[in-house]
Design a protein around this ligand. Structure first.
Ligand code: IMP
Length: 429
């Protein structure tokens, strides 16, 4: 069975922990898009492991982990991550393979991003600085360097020359120095011996389709979230890849009909990092309280995340675009003692707006959110393992989120540890 787990807000929903929780029965874990802009925290035995590129199933001995086709991979970052995981004795998976179709984040991509974000001033996107945007640009420009290129270093001098002829003038335009062919070839030669043995022989599509045909379980983990999708998100304040379930088809090399389930992960509240509209953003002391309790600081950049309420119009958007079949609510415990709200609709220029798509990105930043306030709960729910064990106020909050999303809840996480989860339905059945 192939299952896709994706973020249904602006990223950081806790997908890593969800994937890790359901991981015992997975034969394959596949990351399909994005790069080290993602930061998935997994807590195993009280130890926090932050994964940026490696799939969250890396701790499971029965599983093969794959870095998929639409990923953009910084070689230095990947090797450091692998070394750190090994040092923490957390690299336990059967194998770790890289798609030959994935792209390398090259040093000039990191440099370009830095220079351009600086030059944009107030109009900066607030990117993670991991070279993501420029690497996807180079891919679309047909000047990207794929993993499979590392097997053919003999053809690289010419190719790198062509790349630098286009990219150096732009770097210099923004005040940078430019890169030499010698240095870039040196970069490729330095990392090829580490990476080539990890590049799988054929595109991962072959492996995943064969696994599916044998009845094995494949868990595809998305990075970021729907509202950061390059097409469907709050453009231009988005990332550069397809973060939706549909994107998983390209990133894994599978047809849409092969996906059995699409699980959307949402927090019991909402967060966002970087610039762009966030209609349900909370300000002041309450935001700081939720931020602190929920440890809402970027796993990649350490930036504090803006905090807001669950937005019903936005969740319904996520359910529709992704074709969600199930919902996982995370960080349920964080709202203990806080009167929760859910945004049911917006008012924009006197009109009631119930459909997220009715407003474009510019209008969204001016929309007034209208809330339903719920009683909430004062009890500690971190020990609850059944929905019936939850206090009435918590049950009401989670049920409302389910109703507004229009998708059944599969699980609710009530604490950061592996196993601190209320499982309502087994993912693999
Ligand atoms: P980029 O992906 O680094 O180009 O950043 C583009 C936008 O997406 C910025 O607003 C980032 O803060 C946001 N972003 C990228 N990756 C993540 C993530 O994993 N979680 C939350 N926000 C992210």
């Amino acid at each position: 069975m192939i299952v896709v787990v994706i973020g249904s807000q602006w990223g950081d929903e806790g997908k890593g922990a969800v994937v890790d929780n359901w991981g015992k029965k997975a034969d394959y874990f596949v990351r399909v898009q994005g790069g080290a802009n993602a930061g998935h925290s997994v807590i195993v035995g009280g130890k926090k492991i932050v994964l940026h590129l490696v799939p969250s199933g890396v701790t499971y001995a029965q599983a093969d982990c794959l870095l998929g086709n639409d990923m953009v991979i910084d070689p230095k970052g990947l090797i450091k991550e692998i070394d750190d995981l090994s040092a923490a004795q957390a690299l336990n998976c059967k194998s770790l393979g890289i798609s030959p179709l994935a792209h390398l984040v090259m040093p000039y991509c990191l440099e370009l991003e830095k220079l351009r974000e600086q030059a944009r001033g107030n109009n900066a996107i607030g990117t993670t600085g991991r070279g993501i945007g420029p690497t996807y640009e180079m891919r679309a420009r047909r000047l990207g360097i794929r993993m499979e290129h590392l097997r053919h270093l003999d053809i690289m001098p010419d190719y790198v020359k062509t790349i630098l002829a286009e990219i150096n003038p732009e770097i210099r335009h923004w005040g940078g120095q430019g890169f030499t062919q010698k240095d870039m070839l040196g970069f490729l030669e330095q990392y090829a011996p580490y990476l080539v043995p990890m590049i799988v022989e054929y595109p991962i599509s072959v492996t995943i389709c064969a696994a599916n045909a044998k009845g094995e379980n494949v868990l595809i983990e998305g990075a970021q979230g729907l509202e950061l999708d390059i097409t469907h998100g709050t453009y231009p304040f988005v990332t550069s890849s397809s973060t939706i379930a549909g994107g998983a088809c390209s990133g894994a090399g599978i047809g849409p009909t092969m996906i059995k389930k699409v699980i959307g992960v949402t927090k019991a509240y909402c967060t966002r990092v970087g610039a762009g509209p966030f209609p349900t953003k909370i300000n002041g002391g309450l935001a700081a309280q939720i931020q602190k309790r929920g440890n809402e600081f970027g796993a990649t950049t350490g930036r504090p995340r803006d905090v807001g309420w669950v937005d019903a119009t936005q969740l319904a958007h996520a359910a529709r675009i992704n074709g969600l079949t199930g919902l996982v609510i995370t960080k349920g415990d964080v709202l203990q003692g806080i009167e929760p709200k859910i945004c049911t609709h917006y008012v924009y220029q006197g009109r009631k707006i119930t459909n997220f798509d009715e407003l474009d990105c510019c209008e969204l930043s001016k929309a007034e959110p209208i809330y339903e306030t719920l009683p909430g709960f004062s009890e500690d729910i971190s020990g609850c393992r059944k929905f019936e064990d939850l206090p009435k106020g918590a049950q009401e909050l989670f049920s409302k989120i389910q109703t507004y999303a229009g998708v059944p809840i599969l699980a609710i996480s009530v604490g950061p540890e592996r196993g601190q989860t209320i499982i309502m339905k087994d993912l693999w059945q």
